[in-house]
Unconditional design. Structure first.
Length: 277
């Protein structure tokens, strides 16, 4: 039998600020990995009924009036309320505390400006498949983050999928454009395939079922396979066959790669604008 991983442990209490979709996904991931609910505190002024019930079930304090100093603060609020959120958590940030932010567009500099001097901060960019534990998150630490804090942060974020570390924050705009916005591109592909199927004569419900299952199944195959997407594509393509005919259109100079390139460039440009406030 394969060895079981030991339960997730932390060097001290964890404060989760914001228990919406992404914050909630992280919380569920931590609990699945065995993190002791007694070490978790949650602040959210308007949690969903489902989240309130889950916190009550696990006996996790919600909006506590007092709590021990956290060793980790995970900031998962909307970017629009970053300033008041940073002000509110600053009272909990001590010398040994480090902050993980998953706020879209919030730079390390902007986070640092709202927290006590020399706070250890890790900026993270997750994506929506984190909701089912299949996300990918890119992280970058500031100069105050210790090696052991990076390890703890990695374990926490791996609860919702894969992680990658970078050293140049300027790459975050491209990360946002590829993986942060990327799920929408895939969903739109399924939409487009559905409409194309209907146009080709399929009933709408069958076209939708075929497109959805094909996109989802292909993604799962790619996830499980050690082969590159290019090799997997070639395995499906017979010379002179139907797939080859379709790919001739998609791989034209003004085809899918060109369109995706334009889309990623537009998303990255927008990310840079939002990052400047």
């Amino acid at each position: 039998m394969p060895d079981r991983k030991p339960p997730l442990t932390l060097p001290g209490p964890l404060l989760l600020v914001g228990a919406g979709k992404m914050g909630g996904a992280l919380l569920q991931g931590w609990l699945r990995l065995g993190l002791d609910p007694k070490t978790i505190y949650v602040v959210d002024p308007q949690p969903s009924a489902e989240m309130k019930a889950e916190l009550e079930k696990r006996q996790i304090p919600l909006n506590p009036s007092a709590m021990p100093a956290p060793r980790v603060v995970v900031l998962a609020v909307k970017p629009q309320i970053m300033a008041p959120a940073l002000k509110a958590i600053s009272m909990h940030v001590e010398k040994n505390t480090f902050v993980i932010s998953i706020l879209a567009g919030a730079t390390l500099g902007a986070l640092d400006a709202g927290l006590p001097p020399r706070t250890a901060i890790i900026r993270a960019m997750p994506n929506t498949p984190a909701a089912i534990g299949r996300g990918v998150t890119v992280l970058i630490p500031n100069a105050e983050v210790l090696p052991e804090q990076k390890i703890v942060a990695g374990h926490l974020i791996e609860a919702v999928g894969e992680i990658a570390w970078i050293g140049d924050e300027n790459l975050m705009d491209a990360v946002t454009a590829v993986s942060g916005s990327g799920p929408a591109y895939v969903f739109y592909l399924a939409e487009a395939m559905t409409r194309a199927g209907i146009k080709a004569g399929l009933p709408a419900d069958l076209a939708a079922k075929l497109a959805r299952a094909t996109v989802a199944g292909s993604g799962e195959l790619m996830h499980r396979s050690e082969l590159t997407p290019e090799v997997l594509r070639k395995h499906v393509t017979s010379q002179g066959g139907t797939t080859a005919a379709a790919l001739e259109v998609l791989m034209a100079p003004d085809g899918l790669e060109w369109l995706i390139g334009r889309a990623v460039e537009a998303a990255a440009d927008r990310s840079r604008v939002l990052g400047r406030g």
